[in-house]
Design a protein around this ligand. Structure first.
Ligand SMILES: Cc1ncc(COP(=O)(O)O)c(C=O)c1O
Length: 380
């Protein structure tokens, strides 16, 4: 589609490979893993990341993220690991905040040392901390904003500028915001990563990851991805394409609901703290207004109680499901210490500010009053 379309329209139309054979309006599912090579432009193969259903999704995501090219993976972690291995080699150095998704933290902590790739986990996400950690051998700055689970923001444009001044790559995990609420490439970031398992899939029934960026950067990822082999099958790609047609509708509703839930939580006495960038009480609300199109549908809050009281609260919920993962149409809740950050030691969690009573809420598309009603009755 050539129109300068809005995200709503891109979600519905961009990337669709109209079925001219039977005039179907959806991209057909091309089940082949073998494709004829005579009289064609290049060989197609699922692990070359270039089959029609893969390309249809990539084109939609690239249009949403203002990227030239992209690549889909079988999980978000496959995207992150391939990204890091594509750009960093023995002797290189990575700067990354310590408050990031637990799986990313674990990957870096447990895999990079033996490959001779150096890294610094910075304590906060300020530009000054990024700058202080830069060394002669630094090659990449990695960001995740809003962060998981404390919803701290990084000034994306300022970190992108810092990287340019030092001739470094920047990569961002844009999972929490989704392309509907934040477009980091427009703020100067080189590579955008998504755990598509979350908002892009949106129904808690798919696992995939994605990277988008310039043609040259994606070509470098592609060269490594072919060796690492974390590709995605056509049937899953077709489901993703269908899911993404409603991405903007879902995320807009989820974002509105999250604002209502965050405001409700801020008024409850059994709650110590609410972390949501859409609240004027959030320390970085002004930055959120500057760099996000919407404040997202993820928030976290701290109950005034210990781990046992927290479990008790979760047991009392009637509609909201205590479950891993996020970004689906249903509201999910989890204690970060027992889920996404389980692999950290208690000391690492404490130093990252993740207490046993910190709950992360992924707000769904239900009626906001039903979400707040469920929380209210469980709090009682
Ligand atoms: C922010 C973030 N990044 C990356 C990942 C990893 O993605 P996946 O589980 O699809 O491998 C997750 C998973 O929860 C996540 O929340």
């Amino acid at each position: 589609m050539k129109l300068q379309a809005s995200p709503d329209t891109i979600c519905v139309h961009t990337g669709t490979q109209f079925d001219h054979h039977v005039k179907g309006v959806n991209t057909p599912i091309h089940t082949s893993s073998a494709f004829g090579y005579m009289h064609t432009n290049g060989n197609k193969y699922p692990r070359y990341y270039n089959t029609p259903n893969q390309v249809a999704v990539v084109n939609k995501l690239c249009a949403l993220e203002h990227a030239e090219d992209g690549i889909l993976f079988s999980s978000g972690m496959a995207a992150i690991s391939t990204l890091i291995l594509a750009f960093l080699k023995h002797g290189d150095h990575l700067v990354i905040p310590k408050e990031i998704y637990g799986g990313t933290y674990h990957f870096i902590n447990s895999e990079l040392n033996r490959l001779g790739i150096e890294f610094t986990f910075i304590d906060d996400t300020t530009v000054a901390s990024f700058e202080k950690a830069i060394r002669e051998n630094t090659r990449m700055l990695f960001l995740e904003t809003p962060s998981n689970p404390l919803m701290k923001l990084t000034d994306v444009a300022a970190v992108a500028q810092l990287a340019k001044d030092h001739h470094l790559m920047t990569a961002i995990d844009n999972t929490f915001a989704s392309p509907i609420n934040q477009n980091p490439m427009l703020l100067g970031i080189d590579l955008v990563m998504h755990s598509g398992t979350k908002y892009l899939g949106g129904h808690s029934d798919l696992c995939f990851g994605a990277l988008v960026g310039s043609k040259a950067n994606i070509a470098q990822v592609h060269a490594r991805a072919i060796n690492l082999g974390g590709s995605l099958n056509a049937a899953t790609c077709a489901l993703i394409e269908r899911s993404m047609k409603t991405l903007s509708l879902r995320v807009e509703r989820q974002t509105q609901n999250a604002q209502a839930v965050a405001e409700f939580l801020s008024r409850q006495s059994g709650i110590k703290k609410v972390n949501y960038p859409g609240l004027s009480s959030h320390e970085q609300h002004a930055l959120a207004q500057k760099q996000m199109k919407g404040f997202g549908a993820m928030l976290s809050f701290e109950l005034d109680g210990d781990a046992a009281a927290t479990d008790h609260f979760l047991d009392k919920l009637q509609m909201i499901v205590p479950a891993l993962s996020l970004g689906g149409v249903e509201t999910l809740i989890c204690a970060s210490a027992k889920t996404s950050h389980l692999k950290m030691t208690p000391e690492q969690r404490t130093s990252a500010g993740i207490s046993d009573s910190l709950l992360r809420l992924s707000v769904g598309i239900e009626a906001a009053a039903d979400i707040t009603g469920d929380i209210y009755q469980a709090l009682q």
